[in-house]
Design a protein around this ligand. Sequence first.
Ligand code: HEC
Ligand code: HEC
Ligand code: HEC
Ligand code: HEC
Ligand code: HEC
Ligand code: HEC
Length: 414
Amino acid sequence: MKRHQVDAATGRRINEVERSVTLAIGSGSHAVTYAHRTAQGRLFELPLSWYSRDHGYAMSPGYDRADHFDFRREISESCLFCHSNGRTPEPIGCERCHGSSAAHRDRPRRGNILNTRSLDICLQCHLETSSSRFLDSLRLPGREVFSYRPGEPLGDYKVHFAPPAGSDDRFEINSAGYRLLQSRCYRESKGAMTCVTCHDPHSARVKSVSCRQCHAKPHTETDCAPCHMPQRITADAIHVSMTDHRIERRLTFVNPEREDHAPYTGPLVTFFTHADPMALERANTLDPTVDALRRFLAASPNDTSLRIALGRALIRAGRPNEAVAALEKTSDSAGRTYLAVAYAVQGETRRALGILTEVLAENPDHALAWINLGITQEALGKKADAIAAYERAILIQPDASEARRRLHALRQAR
Ligand code: HEC
Ligand code: HEC
Ligand code: HEC
Ligand code: HEC
Ligand code: HEC
Ligand code: HEC
């Protein structure tokens, strides 16, 4: 896959980037998204996907906006948790739903074999209250991404957040679980309704008798889904239609093409699972203070995104030596990039340079690291190296305004 820009002055192609497709995600029943694996083994989502509804290519889910991720959206472990059997991409295997049966085979007794009809088994991947508008869920402290074991309550692994009941009608791509849990059918059938009530778990197909299990004398003999579970265009991936699982009496439609992408800033409550007060406070704090971040991190010391947020907040607050202490413990590219910034603002330029060079060896597409490398090299008086670094940042991220501004200033000064 290739992208370029056209230079307004000369009409020539500039900032051309080409990435090979090494992996396809999605069965193709709705969409196939492509990914590129870098020489260092990192996976990046590519901006074009194939859509079955239109029989053609269009922007990938979440890329229907001007400030999209371009070639820079890393496919993290958390994407692979739902889209793959394990850390390396491969189809979902039996044990993701059935768990290991070894214990029961060795010592057959109650309680050590799984009830696979449990809703939580499907919800480990099919519950997403939002793909990007707010903090949708949090893993419990100490739980690694791939540590969920089928059979355990989902709430022992992660907690979910959502706007208060009845206040959220945005329809998104992975909404089956979230919408079904809001339906009267689910809420008023006292645990009798799970995904397997309607779906065959192995073929995913819908069993024809599913509504009549509970609505023995329906008001019509025709297929129920077109009226009560209609297909709707999703707001986060506008080339995809999905089935609305909220099973309503009368439907209210929202036009996804006219929906704004502004983040939801209203209150969040705990959904399906039970969040403790600190988790709820985290979800509801949009711009946490240094003190709040320190408290959150003390409770979840392995949470990389919290650690990075604390480091950034400390740099912003003019406390770079404390930022160093917080960020030294991370091996994440973004975290190490801020560590370099924390050193640089204290005048330890060579140390910053060393860290940024390491980050870029491991992750050459990290635009922010190139920008910071340029700034560091400027500080060391290496103008040519700084120019090369800014050009590299712009190649990867053409809208990197900081790099453009600095490059322009350097060229003027020459
Ligand atoms: C909580 C589990 C979960 C996570 C995390 C998740 N996805 Fe998905 N995603 C799904 C499910 C389930 C679907 C299919 C939704 C449906 O058919 O209702 C889906 C659909 C998609 C699709 C549309 C293509 C298709 O398969 O129909 C793309 C592309 C996609 N996800 C990419 C990603 C990327 C990239 C990430 C990480 C940033 C990610 N997903 C994270 C569960 C997840
Ligand atoms: C390990 C994660 C995971 C688990 C567990 C899981 N799913 Fe899925 N499921 C997905 C993803 C990802 C997709 C999107 C498929 C794609 O396009 O690749 C999907 C797709 C589906 C589809 C749509 C298939 C199609 O062809 O459109 C159905 C129906 C479905 N799942 C039902 C279930 C049910 C029922 C369960 C529980 C018994 C379940 N899933 C458990 C990840 C999972
Ligand atoms: C997406 C989750 C999921 C995956 C993956 C899965 N199963 Fe199942 N399986 C279930 C559920 C749920 C049931 C219970 C169905 C019911 O009670 O209606 C089940 C039932 C079964 C049964 C009982 C008989 C039947 O068909 O109802 C067998 C045998 C079985 N699975 C074998 C397998 C094997 C072998 C694999 C791997 C090739 C596998 N399953 C993968 C969810 C899954
Ligand atoms: C596990 C049992 C169960 C299944 C399966 C089930 N329902 Fe329901 N449904 C209920 C219960 C319980 C209610 C609430 C009491 C009532 O209205 O009967 C309900 C309510 C409804 C309502 C009224 C919703 C509202 O907002 O007032 C509609 C419409 C409906 N169901 C349609 C369906 C359709 C269509 C299907 C199949 C796609 C289905 N149901 C499958 C149990 C079920
Ligand atoms: C009351 C019946 C019913 C229940 C319960 C149900 N589904 Fe569905 N599901 C449907 C129907 C109807 C479709 C439409 C596709 C079809 O007819 O094959 C569908 C389609 C899907 C699809 C395909 C993508 C889409 O949106 O069209 C996914 C994924 C899915 N269901 C996941 C789930 C999961 C996960 C659960 C449990 C949280 C669940 N469903 C519970 C009836 C049901
Ligand atoms: C042509 C569209 C259509 C089809 C097909 C349809 N329904 Fe309905 N259904 C409606 C409408 C409209 C209402 C609301 C009536 C009202 O609120 O006055 C409704 C109401 C309901 C209700 C709640 C009211 C009540 O009667 O208790 C249930 C339950 C229900 N439908 C189940 C079903 C089932 C099960 C099927 C499939 C066998 C089905 N519907 C097929 C349009 C449809």
